[in-house]
Design a protein around this ligand. Structure first.
Ligand SMILES: *Cc1c(COP(=O)(O)O)cnc(C)c1O
Length: 376
């Protein structure tokens, strides 16, 4: 059996080596390493795939969030509501821009931001909501957009873990996550559902004026060459990464299907277990399983992690410390926050290997090992 990994990029690459190598070679032959044809092709391809008018590629998913917040013209001290139960990038950029992160709780079923908690956190200084489609599950966007409309707030969707997810509105209309809010952002970090072989990211919007501003900010605030109208930054997706992404974008739907199939297998193995809650699948969200994350009750989680490791099976805690308990946010009243669901989940979640190349032999071993540990 192949060694089990959290994410098996090697095996995935082996299957697309021909077209990927050719795409990289083409960039090398043209030497247009920055803003080459591969980058414009990729932006156009992703825009078609997502059904969103503008895709602005950038250097990584963290920059995508930062550039979005710069473009919306927030002033120091303005408040941005985010979940605490997320990867640090979501909340870090808020503080970096001298804005105030306001952490709210999540729903224990979806792992995503709780709309009722958003409402309670709104003040006259609130400017935006940043929902995160965590682990590949969509946040409840209909409710979030309704709150945003009512209070005239911007919505920036952090779609780094959910690219390809389709969100269905109560009326039946289905759209891709990341295209619902004012702006959507994503990351092409290698382990993401659509990953390149280095760093990469992108920003999506339907708004022409905003797209123009986002593009300028990502390129030193430049309106035309050497004329800089805004303070911006330098954030580019390079042509080699874009060339790889052009090949992988074609595969994204089948990759997400493979993840769902692996999730189905896990679900079957753990169904009805007294100590295990399998990931909830919100009916409005076509979950893309960036992670497959269990909630354990009455289980020695560190013991399980060590037991799996003894059988060469990796497992991870995403994330061991929520944002409101990170030292970097101490100045924002970290200790004063009362986020019981976030703390409850942080103590109980564990993520199992999840990628496009899991085979049934590997999954059987993982499932049997988890169940063996529970019997002890
Ligand atoms: C990966 C990730 C990011 C940041 O992406 P980078 O490309 O690593 O900067 C932001 N938010 C979430 C939820 C992520 O998972």
């Amino acid at each position: 059996m192949r060694t089990i990994q959290m994410v098996d990029l090697k095996q995935q690459y082996a299957k697309i080596k021909g077209p990927v190598d050719a795409a990289i070679q083409e960039v090398l032959d043209t030497t247009s390493f920055i803003n080459g044809k591969a980058v414009t092709d990729f932006a156009a391809g992703l825009s078609r795939y997502l059904g969103v008018k503008h895709v602005i590629p950038c250097a990584n998913g963290t920059d995508a969030l930062q550039i979005s917040m710069m473009a919306l013209g927030f002033q120091p001290g303005d408040e941005v509501i985010t979940p605490s139960f997320t990867y640090v990038a979501t909340t870090e950029v808020v503080a970096l821009l001298r804005l105030k992160p306001v952490f709210v709780d999540v729903d224990p079923k979806t792992f995503c931001i709780d709309p009722a908690a958003i409402e309670r956190a709104i003040t006259p200084r609130t400017k935006a909501i940043v929902p995160v489609h965590l682990y590949g599950q969509a946040a409840p966007m209909a409710e979030i957009m309704e709150i945003a409309r009512k209070h005239q707030l911007y919505v920036i969707e952090d779609n780094a873990q959910a690219i390809g997810n389709e969100y269905t509105f109560p009326g039946g209309q289905t759209v891709k996550t990341g295209t619902i809010g004012t702006i959507g952002t994503t990351s092409f970090f290698p382990s993401k559902n659509l990953g390149c072989y280095g760093d990469g990211g992108a920003i999506f919007t339907a708004d022409d004026a905003l797209a123009n501003k986002l593009k300028m900010i990502a390129n030193h605030g430049q309106s035309r060459r050497y004329y800089h109208d805004l303070v911006g930054c330098n954030s580019r997706l390079d042509s080699i990464q874009a060339a790889i992404l052009n090949v992988k974008l074609e595969k994204l739907d089948s990759y997400n299907d493979a993840r769902r199939k692996a999730a189905d297998n896990y679900d079957r193995a753990f169904a009805g277990h007294a100590h295990i809650t399998v990931p909830y699948r919100a009916p409005y969200s076509n979950h893309v399983f960036h992670q497959y994350t269990l909630i354990l009750e009455g289980v020695d989680r560190d013991g399980l992690n060590a037991f799996l490791a003894s059988r060469n099976i990796p497992s991870m805690i995403y994330y061991p410390v929520p944002a409101h308990r990170q030292q970097m946010f101490a100045a924002f009243g970290g200790a004063d926050y009362d986020l019981p669901v976030t703390d409850w989940l942080t103590q109980r979640v564990i993520s199992l290997p999840m990628h496009t190349e899991l085979d049934s032999e590997q999954q059987d071993l993982i499932c049997n090992s988890v169940l063996d540990f529970m019997k002890k």
